[in-house]
Write a protein that binds this ligand. Structure first.
Ligand SMILES: Nc1ncnc2c1ncn2[C@@H]1O[C@H](COP(=O)(O)OP(=O)(O)OP(=O)(O)O)[C@@H](O)[C@H]1O
Length: 634
């Protein structure tokens, strides 16, 4: 921990008599949740990855823009042919230049070959420019495809699986695959261009003298090995940092979000947050810096070994000329061929290592996509028949991953259309979890939940959710227009009429009319032109969203916790008025609000402790009566 990170937190702590905060817990992606793909991978196995990555890149690019891929392939071919033509013409020109006769005559003789060299060079340049144009056409779409695939995969995962340990870290690791997909085409193009140039130049070199190519290979192979080892170390560091990076990213979002400014300031959390942020960053930096000497050793060793072989190559060439084994004219061409091959080989190893590096991140992305696919809903495909008449829960048990005790533990109940069911109970008693089971968001580990008599595991989840409207405990404040916040991108043919109806039902008409652009007002204070609502107004909007859906199942989890008495009264009356057409479930701690319910279910430790009407329970002397007494005892 550097001394620079602590002073603010420490001085604040000293000033208030508090102890300085400990650094945040160390989190590592790995261990029981995942396996570092490099742990047991041999060097050869890593190099063997390259063709697979290349063909995958080609397939993805082909699916996106065939013409651009063909253009790229044509350009690669032109670059290769250009390099071969240049070298052959160089050999011709050298022979003329080193031949007999006066200098002007020799130059004149070399002129056609020199012109061919110029045209081949120009063709090569033009092909390279066209390649980058084709790359520019493919890459943005490729990145978008990778990004959208990832987002869609995350959105498809069963809600319950999101609570699994390691899920968020795997996702964070996969994000890097999206970032690297930006370089895939460029790396692949450069790699194949280098291969083509190297093959043509080394062919010419072998024809000139068979000894030169092996020597040149020896000069470049150490650099290649060095580059791959370098990529391996970089990836290992990245891998060790995934967990901390994930936490840092979340912390950054929370610490800098305007939504939490008040809480952070008034609770003097700024110092702690900055200290934590720095601590995590420093931990990440420390891991990165710790491998710097290893990186340096790799680069130094590979450069030194490569340098020795390069000197040997030039010495061999000098020896061949001095012993008359090759003519000076051929030696001149050999110098150009060596330079070309060397440049191509260096490009090959650099881009090969880059592709290898990319392949590691893509493997993380693939592995996450597989993980997400395994956790996508595997339920039946049949739709719920007719309007929702009844939901029946039979001995349902649900336990969150990693938790010892079930959150819902053997609950049975039936709730019918036209009925309002209130769920009450102390914090953590399982109310929200039960409502998730009722909505089919979670599937019971044991027992059954049936909609109209059909087990929800056999039903298409979208068909369930098309019939439901939910106001969750913590609802989203979408940075969208008022209208989109109500319709959530599902406008109805009736147009704004239904939107206003929903807005009116929650008593928000006046507030929306006062907004600068009415329903079109962007609700995002941070964005240019945006407006902001109060906490209670946002909650009313969340209720309007659920009411707009005219759902068969309405679940409201603490729907009025931020509302004033008038807002609460309006919404509860509306819920009562709409109750005839749907199954309504209200989760609340405001026990007086349960008066609107036909039946109240009191939860305790995941079980139903008691149930009945308000009057029955209030007079019953049980948990409800106790909680009611506490709520009025001030
Ligand atoms: N995403 C989650 N991952 C792991 N455990 C969870 C998760 N959500 C809830 N739990 C646990 O499940 C139990 C029941 O939680 P639930 O949210 O259903 O309670 P609740 O009655 O709605 O509480 P509250 O009144 O505080 O909203 C609690 O012990 C809680 O810690």
């Amino acid at each position: 921990m550097s001394a620079t990170s602590r002073p603010e937190a420490t001085s604040r702590a000293v000033g208030t008599g508090r102890v300085p905060p400990p650094p945040p817990a160390e989190l590592r992606y790995g261990g029981k949740f995942s396996k570092n793909p490099l742990e047991e991978a041999a060097f050869a196995a890593m190099v063997r990855r390259l063709p697979a990555v290349l063909s995958r890149t080609a397939r993805m690019a082909w699916a996106i823009d065939r013409r651009a891929v063909l253009l790229l392939a044509g350009c690669q071919l032109a670059v290769g042919v250009g390099a071969a033509v240049q070298l052959t013409a160089t050999a011709h020109a050298m022979r003329s230049v080193f031949g007999a006769g006066p200098v002007p005559d020799r130059l004149h003789q070399a002129l056609p070959a020199l012109l061919v060299i110029a045209v081949a060079a120009m063709t090569g340049r033009a092909a390279t420019a066209l390649s980058s144009y084709a790359d520019g056409r493919i890459t943005p779409l490729l990145t978008t495809e990778a990004d959208s695939t990832l987002v869609e995969a995350v959105c498809r995962i069963e809600a319950a699986a999101r609570a699994e340990d390691g899920c968020a870290d795997r996702q964070e690791a996969a994000e890097m695959g999206v970032v690297r997909s930006h370089f895939m085409i460029q790396d692949a193009t450069r790699l194949t261009a280098a291969v083509i140039r190297m093959v043509t130049a080394s062919g010419v070199l072998t024809v000139l003298h068979p000894l030169l190519l092996p020597l040149l290979l020896l000069a470049v192979v150490p650099a290649g090995v060095g580059a791959v080892l370098h990529a391996r170390v970089t990836y290992e560091t990245h891998y060790a940092n995934v967990g901390d990076r994930n936490v840092r990213q979340n912390l950054r979002g929370w610490a800098t979000s305007a939504k939490f400014t008040d809480e952070i300031r008034a609770n003097t959390m700024t110092g702690y947050l900055n200290f934590w942020y720095r601590s995590i960053s420093e931990r990440i930096d420390a891991r990165t810096l710790a491998v710097a000497p290893r990186m340096l050793r790799i680069v130094l060793c590979s450069s030194a070994i490569g340098g020795v072989f390069l000197v040997a190559t030039w010495a061999a060439l000098a020896w061949l000329v001095s012993t008359g084994r090759i003519e000076p004219a051929i030696a001149g061409t050999a110098v150009v061929a060596v330079q070309t091959t060397l440049a191509a080989l260096s490009q090959l190893v650099t881009n090969g290592a880059a592709m290898f590096h990319t392949s590691l991140y893509l493997a993380d992305m693939d592995s996450f996509l597989d993980y997400a696919a395994e956790r996508a809903p595997k339920r039946g495909e049949s739709a719920v028949a007719g309007p929702l008449a009844e939901i029946r829960v039979e001995e349902a048990v649900y336990r969150y991953p990693g938790k010892e005790r079930p959150a819902v533990d053997g609950v049975s109940l039936t709730v019918r259309r036209g009925e309002i069911l209130a769920l009450v109970g102390e914090n953590g008693s399982g109310k929200s979890t039960l409502s998730r089971l009722l909505a089919g968001i979670f599937l019971a580990d044991k027992g059954k939940v049936r909609w109209n008599g059909r087990d929800v595991t056999g039903l298409d989840p979208d068909s369930l959710w098309n019939l439901s409207g939910l106001v969750p405990q913590s609802f989203a404040q979408w940075p969208l227009s008022v209208r989109d916040n109500v319709t959530l991108g599902q406008p109805r043919e009736e147009g704004d009429g239904l939107v206003w109806e929903a807005v009116d039902a929650v008593g928000l008409t006046g507030a929306v009319e006062e907004l600068p652009a009415g329903l079109d007002t962007l609700l995002a204070r941070e964005l240019w032109g945006g407006s902001e609502l109060s906490g209670g107004q946002w909650q009313r909007l969340a209720c309007a969203r659920a009411l707009y859906r005219k759902a068969g199942l309405l679940i409201l989890d603490e729907p009025t916790s931020e509302m004033d008495a008038r807002g609460e009264h309006t919404i509860l009356r509306k819920i009562r008025a709409l109750a005839g057409d749907c199954v309504t479930v209200v989760v609340t701690h405001q026990l007086v609000n349960t008066k609107i319910a036909d039946r109240i279910l009191v939860m305790e430790h995941g079980r139903i402790a008691e149930q009945g009407t308000y009057d029955q329970l209030a007079a019953g002397g049980g948990l409800f009566a106790e909680l009611l007494a506490l709520s009025t005892n001030r």
